[in-house]
Design a protein around this ligand. Structure first.
Ligand SMILES: Cc1ncc(COP(=O)(O)O)c(C=O)c1O
Length: 396
């Protein structure tokens, strides 16, 4: 039976307080203690090395190099691979700018590829169409925490002889066929910025199994440490200058991130439980589709997105969002503008085509809270809000 919607003067479905349910990042006594401890260390920078040890053990990579943010880690990754003027790098357009803007910084050319609308991750079939003799690398993004199809991507890269960077800024702890993302391609990059699944408030990490990439990334922006490289290392000679950037992590951020890493899996488990509980209910409603995780992946949720199938509804997406918001739901449209539509690429002379699949799916996205600390009572109210609105607006 359809009830009067809150937008039409009916009673709100969501009445519980949501402040605590969505509070993030979780920072408390443990982090304060860590910050104090680092402030009292004889060598603050030792804290970065400890974080690197712990993080590489967690991810399963041979090397980890802490950075002052994820963007710096990505910039260093392109440098490590030797991206040079005229080199092409395949990238999704549906991502945060830090995935692809650093390509331009090295004179490289971002080549935007379509995503698969079932996952919003880069489509391996479209990658194949974008390869040219100048393709030097691909950067994939495990968008919102869902792993990309890594086996297929690695197979294509090996066949056409280019390298793979994983932008794992959204996907700390996610797994593809039993392997943690970030450690599957040639280089992986993480962000520990304040909204991420583990935070240093502002920090990042580069991981790799290649000693060569590790040393080259270090040469870009970690001058002092170059002195600690083995004497035969080519890059040791640059210890007094590096290559002109200063990318080491703030030691207090490293202290915070170390505490956060300990709690990462437990906190992601709670998010997953809450989101999966709600999604199972949303999936039964007309006009709403949730993202499915293949059995061979373990996903995490940096953001919680669902697809609104406007064609099955009598109202526009905007009106639907207004209606659920009136019920008390915290919902919004997609927040990432598509990269291939941004003026900077055109101004730099990057050849840009249209990406109709990416453009279409992005417009259908509805963003919901990730409920890091919610209980089922609140989620039941969310489910009820969506049931009211979706049934009222469904085209039967
Ligand atoms: C997909 C993606 N890549 C890279 C980054 C860059 O990380 P940072 O903000 O730590 O520089 C972010 C940050 O939001 C991101 O979402």
């Amino acid at each position: 039976m359809s009830q009067k919607l809150a937008i039409d003067g009916g009673t709100k479905a969501v009445t519980l307080d949501q402040t605590k349910a969505n509070r993030w990042p979780p920072l408390g006594e443990e982090e304060f203690t860590a910050v104090k401890r680092v402030m009292q260390m004889p060598d603050f920078y030792e804290e970065a090395y400890t974080l690197e040890e712990k993080f590489k053990d967690y991810i399963g990579s041979r090397y980890a190099l802490a950075h002052n943010n994820g963007t710096a880690a990505i910039h260093a990754a392109f440098f490590a691979l030797g991206i040079s003027p005229g080199d092409e790098v395949i990238t999704p357009s549906y991502t945060y700018w830090a995935t692809c803007m650093p390509i331009l910084a090295w004179g490289g050319i971002p080549v935007f590829a379509e995503v698969d609308p079932e996952t919003c991750n880069i489509d391996p079939e479209d990658i194949k169409r974008r390869i040219t003799p100048r393709t030097k690398a691909i950067i994939v993004v495990h968008l919102w925490g869902l792993p990309c199809e890594m086996n297929e991507i690695i197979k294509i890269a090996r066949r056409y002889n280019f390298k793979v960077i994983e932008d794992a800024a959204h996907a700390h702890g996610a797994e593809y066929k039993g392997k943690k993302v970030g450690a599957i391609g040639d280089i992986g990059c993480f962000s520990f910025q304040a909204s991420k699944l583990m935070v240093g408030i502002e920090a990042g990490m580069l991981v790799t199994n290649s000693q060569g990439y590790y040393e080259r990334a270090m040469a870009l922006g970690h001058y002092r440490r170059l002195n600690n490289l083995p004497s035969e290392s080519f890059y040791r000679r640059y210890y007094a200058t590096c290559f002109g950037f200063k990318y080491r992590i703030h030691p207090l951020a490293a202290g915070i991130a170390r505490v956060q890493l300990k709690h990462l899996d437990e906190r992601s488990r709670k998010r997953n439980e809450n989101i999966e509980y709600l999604d199972a209910r949303l999936d039964t409603l007309p006009g709403i589709k949730t993202f499915k995780t293949p059995s061979y992946m373990k996903r995490v949720y940096y953001q919680h997105e669902v697809v609104l199938e406007e064609e099955k509804l009598k109202v526009s997406k905007d009106r639907f969002i207004e209606a659920v918001r009136a019920e008390g739901v915290k919902a919004s449209g997609e927040r990432y503008p598509l990269q291939h539509q941004q003026p900077i690429y055109k101004e730099k002379g990057i050849p840009l085509g249209e990406l109709p699949i990416t453009e279409k799916i992005r417009d259908k996205m509805l963003s919901l809270p990730t409920f890091p600390q919610a209980n089922f009572d609140l989620l039941d109210q969310y489910a009820e809000a969506f049931r009211k609105v979706a049934t009222a607006y469904a085209k039967y």
